[in-house]
Design a protein around this ligand. Structure first.
Ligand code: PLP
Ligand code: COI
Length: 337
C-alpha cells in the first residue's frame, strides 16, 4: 500500500505505477502498451502542441465496502471522447481499446485506489492527442491515446457550499465553437476568468451563453443545476459539455418523483431557485451558496443556513451510494472490475 493520507487527499497530480498507451499510425491503432514513465517522447512539431488537437476525459473508480472496485458509466465517457475526437478530426477509439486501456490502468494501479469511507476515489484521465509532426494547418496523421489514473480527494470544498462569480467579460466557448466537447483549449480559455474569480475570493466561475449573454451556460468544469419546488432545472445549450453526472442526477431526480426541465435558464431566474449546484465527475456536486454577477452587480444567495439544500443532499447521497456500491445499482451505471 502506498503511504498516503487517504482522508486528506487533495485533487492534485499523484504519481502511480503505470499508464497505458496506444498509438495510431498508418491509419490504424496499434497494440495497448503499459509504461512506467510519467513522460512522453514527443515530436517538436506534434499537432497537439501547436494547434491544440487534443481532447480528454475524466471518470472515477470507487472501492466499496465489499472490497469491489466499481467504475462509473465508463461507456458514456468512451462515447463522449469519440464525439470530441470527431469534432476536431481525430480518429475514433474503438470501444474495446478504450475499455482495455481504462481497465488495465486501474488494475495495474490497484494499490492506489482509495479505501472505502476515505472520501477519496481513483480519478481516471484518458487523453487523446495529435502526436504526428504537422507544420501546415491540418490534422495530424498520428495520434496517441493515453490513460493514467490518480488517487484524488474532493474537488473544491467537497460537498460544502461554494461561491461563484459570473464573469461577463469573457467567454470560454464560442456560439458555434467547441464548448460542447472536452478539448483542452476550452480549459485554457477559461483560466483568465477562473483566476480573476479566485483572486476575488470565489471558488469557481459561471459562464453565460456566448451569443446573447442572457442564459446560464456552465460553472467552470461542471454543469449547473437548480432546484425549484419539486423540479430539477438544468441548462440546455450548444456550448456546454454534456455532463454524465448531470445526466445521472436528472435520472435520479425523475426516480425520486421530481420533474426535470432541461431548458434555457435566464440569469435573473437565479432569484427564484431554492437550491443551486454545480456538478461533474471531479466535484460530484458542489452546492452553491452565492452567485455574484459582475455585469449587473446582483447577488443571488442559497444555503442560507450555511448547509447544502435538502434535495441536493438527497441527490448527492444517492449518487454517492450507487458509486460506492452501498445502494442497489438499479440503473446499471457501475461496472465491477
Ligand atoms: N462541463 C465541463 C466543461 C467539464 O469539464 C466537466 C467535467 O468533466 C463537466 C461539465 C462535467 O461533466 P461530467 O459530469 O461528465 O464529468
Ligand atoms: C472532471 O470533472 O472530470 C473534470 O474534467 C474536471 C477537471 C477539469 C479538473
Amino acid at each position: 500500500m502506498p503511504n498516503l493520507d487517504w482522508e486528506n487527499l487533495p485533487f492534485a497530480y499523484h504519481k502511480t505505477d503505470y499508464n497505458i498507451r496506444c498509438y495510431f499510425k498508418d491509419g490504424k491503432w496499434g497494440k495497448i502498451e503499459k509504461s512506467d514513465s510519467e513522460y512522453l517522447q514527443m515530436h517538436i512539431a506534434a499537432g497537439c502542441l501547436h494547434y491544440g488537437q487534443e481532447a480528454f476525459e475524466g471518470m472515477k473508480a470507487f472501492c466499496g465496502k465489499d472490497g469491489k472496485i466499481r467504475i462509473f458509466r465508463w461507456e458514456e465517457n468512451a462515447k463522449r471522447l469519440n464525439r470530441s475526437a470527431e469534432e476536431i478530426f481525430m480518429p475514433e477509439i474503438p470501444r474495446e481499446i478504450f475499455k482495455q486501456a481504462v481497465f488495465s490502468a486501474i488494475e495495474l494501479n490497484k494499490k492506489f485506489i482509495p479505501p472505502y469511507n476515505s472520501g477519496a476515489s481513483l480519478y481516471i484521465r484518458p487523453l487523446l492527442i495529435g502526436s504526428g509532426a504537422q507544420l501546415g494547418l491540418h490534422p495530424t496523421k498520428e495520434y496517441l491515446f493515453l490513460v493514467f489514473v490518480n488517487p484524488v480527494g474532493p474537488y473544491l470544498l467537497g460537498f460544502n457550499p461554494i461561491d461563484i462569480l459570473i464573469d461577463r467579460d469573457r467567454d470560454r466557448a464560442a456560439p458555434l465553437g467547441v464548448g460542447h466537447i472536452k478539448a483542452g483549449g476550452n480549459y485554457a480559455a477559461s483560466f483568465k476568468s477562473l483566476i480573476k474569480a479566485e483572486k476575488q475570493g470565489y471558488h469557481s466561475v459561471m459562464f453565460l451563453d456566448p451569443k446573447e449573454k442572457k442564459y446560464i451556460d456552465e460553472c467552470g468544469p461542471a454543469n449547473f443545476f437548480a432546484i425549484k419546488g419539486n423540479t430539477y432545472i438544468t441548462p440546455k445549450s450548444k456550448s456546454i459539455l454534456a455532463s454524465i453526472t448531470n445526466k445521472s442526477l436528472m435520472r435520479l431526480s425523475e426516480n425520486m418523483g421530481m420533474k426535470v426541465e432541461q431548458r434555457k435558464i435566464r440569469v435573473e431566474e437565479l432569484a427564484e431557485f431554492d437550491e443551486a449546484g454545480s456538478c461533474g465527475t471531479a466535484a460530484v456536486i458542489s452546492p452553491i451558496k452565492k452567485i455574484v454577477d459582475n455585469g449587473t452587480g446582483k447577488t443571488y444567495e442559497f444555503c442560507k443556513d450555511g448547509k447544502p439544500g435538502p434535495i441536493s443532499t438527497k441527490l448527492y447521497n444517492r449518487l454517492h451510494a450507487i458509486q460506492y456500491g452501498d445502494e442497489d445499482d438499479k440503473f446499471s451505471w457501475t461496472t465491477i472490475i
